[in-house]
Design a protein around this ligand. Structure first.
Ligand code: AMP
Length: 298
C-alpha cells in the first residue's frame, strides 16, 4: 500500500474508476466493509485517514481520539487498498479555512444541535477530499445516517460527479455497533451500551410487523435504555432518510436513530427502514462472528 501525505502524491497513483473511503483511522470491520465494497466496485481504492479537527465539537474528544498509523496501514494493506492518504493537519489546513461548506436543514435536528459545528466540519473536509482526490465513487457507513444524508446532498448541491454509496452497519458479535470509540468503554458501560441495539432490534421487528407510528417505534428503544441508569440518552427519533426531518409516521424511507452517553463516551446507532414491496424492511446491519480487530494486541 502506498502512503501519501499530499493530495498530489495520492492522485499520482489513481487509475481507472477510483473509489474513496474517508476515515478517521483506528480501523475496525466497519471501515473494512467499506474498503471491500470499494475494492469490488472500483479499479483503484484510496482510503483517507485524517482526524479532522474541524468536525470535533469537544477538545477532549479530539485529544483522546485513538490513533495508530502503523496498525491502520497494515489493515489497509490487508484490505487491498492502493493508496492511504494520511495528510498532516498543516497539509489539509495550511491556513485557517475561510471557506466552509454548510448543508442547511438536514443538520437542524439530531446530531446537528448536539454537536455545534460538526456537520460544517464534515461537509468541508469531505468536499476537500472530493475536490483534491477526484474519486468516481465514495463509500460511507449507515452508522452515521445523518452524515450520509449530508454528504449525499452536499455532493449533489455542489455538482461533484461522484456516486455516494451507503453501506450497512457492522456490529460486534453481541450487536454493539462498531466504533473506534468502543475501546474506551469499561465492562459496565459496554454491557449498558448493548441496550441501544437491543431496543433498535425490537423496533425493527415492530416496523416489519406493521407498526407505523413513530411513538410505537421509539418506545422499545427508550424502554431498553431506561433499564441502565448509567446511560444518558440524548435522543431517540424516527427521521426521513433524505431530509433527516423528524417524522410522525413511517410512510417513506426512514431511520430510527439513538444517541446516548455511556460515561464520557457518546454512542450513536440506528436502524434504516427501507421501502420494499409496499412495506418496509429493516437494515439490521451485519454481525461479526469473531471479536473485532479493535481488541487485537498490536
Ligand atoms: P470514522 O472513521 O468513524 O469517521 O468512520 C469512517 C466511515 O466508516 C464513515 O463513513 C462511517 O459511517 C463508517 N463507519 C464507522 N463505523 C461503522 C460501522 N460500525 N459500520 C459501518 N460503517 C461504519
Amino acid at each position: 500500500v502506498k502512503h501519501a501525505a499530499t493530495f498530489a502524491a495520492a492522485r499520482a497513483d489513481l487509475r481507472g474508476v477510483v473509489g474513496l473511503v474517508p476515515t478517521m483511522g483506528f480501523l475496525h470491520e466497519g471501515h473494512l466493509s467499506l474498503l471491500d465494497a470499494a475494492r469490488s466496485a472500483c479499479d483503484t481504492v484510496v482510503m483517507s485517514l485524517f482526524v479532522n479537527p474541524l468536525q470535533f465539537d469537544r477538545d477532549d474528544d479530539l485529544r483522546r481520539y485513538p490513533r495508530d498509523l502503523e496498525r491502520d496501514l497494515g489493515l489497509a494493506e490487508g484490505a487491498g487498498v492502493d493508496v492511504v492518504f494520511a495528510p498532516a493537519v498543516e497539509t489539509m489546513y495550511p491556513a485557517q479555512p475561510l471557506t466552509r461548506v454548510t448543508v442547511a436543514t438536514l443538520t437542524d435536528h439530531f446530531e446537528g444541535p448536539h454537536r455545534p459545528g460538526h456537520f460544517d466540519g464534515v461537509a468541508t473536509v469531505v468536499a476537500k477530499l472530493f475536490a483534491g482526490l477526484r474519486p468516481d465513487r465514495a463509500f460511507f457507513g449507515r452508522k452515521d445516517a445523518q452524515q450520509l444524508a449530508v454528504v449525499r446532498r452536499m455532493a449533489a448541491d455542489l455538482s461533484f460527479p461522484i456516486d455516494v454509496v451507503g453501506a450497512p452497519i457492522v456490529r460486534e458479535p453481541d450487536g454493539l455497533a462498531l466504533s473506534s470509540r468502543n475501546v474506551f468503554l469499561d465492562p459496565e458501560q459496554r454491557t449498558a451500551a448493548l441496550a441501544l441495539n437491543r431496543g433498535l432490534a425490537a423496533a425493527a421487528d415492530a416496523a416489519e410487523q406493521g407498526a407505523r407510528q413513530a411513538a410505537d417505534l421509539v418506545e422499545p428503544v427508550t424502554t431498553e435504555l431506561a433499564a441502565f441508569p448509567l446511560l444518558e440518552p440524548e435522543y431517540v427519533a424516527l427521521a426521513s432518510q433524505d431530509t433527516v426531518e423528524p417524522i410522525e409516521t413511517l410512510d417513506r424511507p426512514a431511520f430510527l436513530a439513538v444517541a446516548a452517553w455511556a460515561g464520557p463516551t457518546r454512542l450513536i446507532d440506528n436502524v434504516h427502514l427501507d421501502a420494499a414491496g409496499g412495506g418496509f424492511v429493516a437494515d439490521r446491519g451485519v454481525r461479526l462472528d469473531h471479536p473485532s480487530v479493535l481488541y487485537q494486541e498490536g
